[in-house]
Design a protein around this ligand. Structure first.
Ligand code: MN
Length: 493
């Protein structure tokens, strides 16, 4: 996927790294027992620690540590058995202690990687630089009152993982693939719900540009707190174009923090970028270095689920799916489970399985289309996996035609009824009776002398049209293969 920004004197490429803040799934905060439920009334989930009352001490939440390790293992990353919490000092009204507890020089997770599933079925690796744990800040509410700002500390102290990629991303599309894949992995692991609308996953986007083909790393700008995949992609496009225009005009790109305005489709400066030393990091004297045992790490590794990359490979190997279909089905665990129930539940096919390609087509085709239209997810699909499997069986054993199956599916989706009942009630059984089909074929031959002459003159394509006419005459119920054979026999095709 080559992405090029046209400049006045040549082509440029984008160099992008993402810092994703992912909220850890945990009932309690990183250093306090306060609850973390989204949407609670303001300041109802704040402990004395979160409010930074004097003398309060942080107590590390072991579950959050396990979640971070689990994520690191899922990213095929190095787990650091010793990590250190530090204070990152800055003032903000929604940060009562005047510092954020974060990890800096020694994060809990080191280098790993995320595989992008490219549209052509290939993969491309994006390196992970590190993952560290830190606390979230509270929220300043500017829209509650015309003259005042309110502070909600519910989010203060909530556990985050900051997942930093290497600057390996080269286009808005790759950034989108990266975020979707990362989200998919986090959801499989159960370590972050990946819900960007609720802010449980937010991305800071580091963008620089360089002449196409060069290896230099130029000054980057950071676009802060972008909260949807689409906006991340748009922000990269806008920021790369801006930087190329700056260089074209003979200027220099400044290291700064910018915001993306999705309505105007542009980034604008927020503040000149601070440097790490501005924060006066130092190890938090209230917290000991965090040390992990091999046993602790091994225990988490042993309980990891099958992750999307492995599942994709297995779907290709076991079911003969294309890498593309396999990836689409493996992206969400619920979808993958549903597909496997459809593919495996049946009587026919190899190893007691249904035709997996058929199963994949139904799930990614008709089912996805219906869920999309009705705004549902696969978990509340009106068509259960077993019912879809039964429908596929009805086509496989010749009870109904593939054409009729589409109508039956629509009825199943609308009413939730099983396919057999719908087929019986509406009399949709396929006509495989040779006599009945022959009668319909004879009628169509008699009514279409010109097309019949064309077929006899060697226009093989027209036979398909005639098959269509017979199907139409039988309300789609004739066995298409029998119709085809009969027509060929009668017309000498
Ligand atoms: Mn951070």
């Amino acid at each position: 996927m080559s992405y090029v920004v046209k400049g006045e004197r040549g082509d440029w490429e984008a160099v992008v790294g993402l810092e994703v803040h992912a909220q850890i799934i945990s009932k309690a905060k990183l250093f306090s027992g306060a609850a973390t439920q989204f949407g609670a009334a303001p300041n109802t989930q704040v402990s004395l620690v979160d409010a930074a009352m004097p003398g309060m001490l942080p107590v590390l939440n072991g579950h959050c540590v396990a979640q971070a390790v689990r994520t690191g293992l899922g990213l095929k990353a190095k787990i650091n058995k010793r990590s250190v919490f530090e204070r990152k000092n800055y003032f903000y009204p929604d940060l009562p202690p005047g510092y954020q507890i974060s990890q800096y020089a020694q994060p809990i997770v080191g280098e790993g990687e995320v595989l992008l599933d490219m549209p052509d079925g290939s993969t491309r690796a994006v390196g992970i630089e590190r993952l560290h744990m830190e606390q979230d800040a509270g929220k300043s509410l500017h829209d509650q009152d015309p003259n005042r700002t309110f502070i909600d500390l519910n989010r203060a102290g909530v556990a985050l993982m900051e997942i930093v990629s290497k600057p390996d991303i080269r286009s808005p599309e790759e950034a989108g693939l990266y975020l979707r894949k990362l989200r998919s992995i986090l959801r499989y692991l159960g370590t972050c719900d990946g819900n960007m609308e609720e802010g449980s996953m937010r991305a800071d986007v580091n963008v620089s540009v360089r002449p196409k083909g060069s290896n230099e790393l130029r000054t980057r700008a950071e676009v802060k707190n972008v909260n949807s995949v689409r906006f991340v992609m748009q922000a990269i496009e806008a920021e790369a174009a801006r930087q190329v225009a700056v260089y074209d005009a003979g200027g220099e790109v400044k290291q700064e923090t910018r915001l993306y305005d999705s309505e105007k489709g542009e980034t604008r400066p927020m503040r000149i970028k601070e440097f790490a030393h501005d924060y006066r990091y130092f190890p938090d004297p209230d917290l000991l270095p965090l040390t992990l045992t091999d046993e602790f790490i091994r225990g988490i590794a042993a309980a990891l689920p099958e992750l999307p990359d492995d599942k994709k490979q297995r779907f290709v190997a076991d079911y003969g799916l294309s890498p593309y279909d396999a990836q689409v089905l493996a992206a969400e665990r619920e979808t993958a489970d549903y597909f496997e129930r459809v593919a495996q539940g049946g009587a026919g096919g190899k190893k007691g399985r249904r035709d997996a390609k058929q199963a994949a087509n139904w799930v990614t085709g008709a089912l996805f289309a219906h869920l999309n239209e009705t705004g549902k997810t696969i978990s509340d699909s009106p068509v259960a996996a077993d019912a879809l499997g039964a429908l596929i069986d009805l086509v496989a054993d010749g009870t109904i035609s593939g054409r009729i199956a589409k109508d039956v599916f629509a009825e199943m989706a609308a009413t939730g009824r099983p396919p057999k009942a719908i087929v019986a009630e509406k009399g949709l059984m396929q006509i495989s009776d040779a006599g009945a089909i022959e009668a319909a074929v004879d009628q169509v031959i008699a009514a279409n002398p010109k097309q019949v002459a064309d077929v006899r003159a060697g226009k093989a394509k027209t036979i398909g049209w005639l098959v269509g006419q017979v199907m139409k005459a039988t309300g789609g119920k004739a066995n298409p293969q029998m119709v085809n054979e009969l027509l060929k026999r009668k017309l000498g095709g």
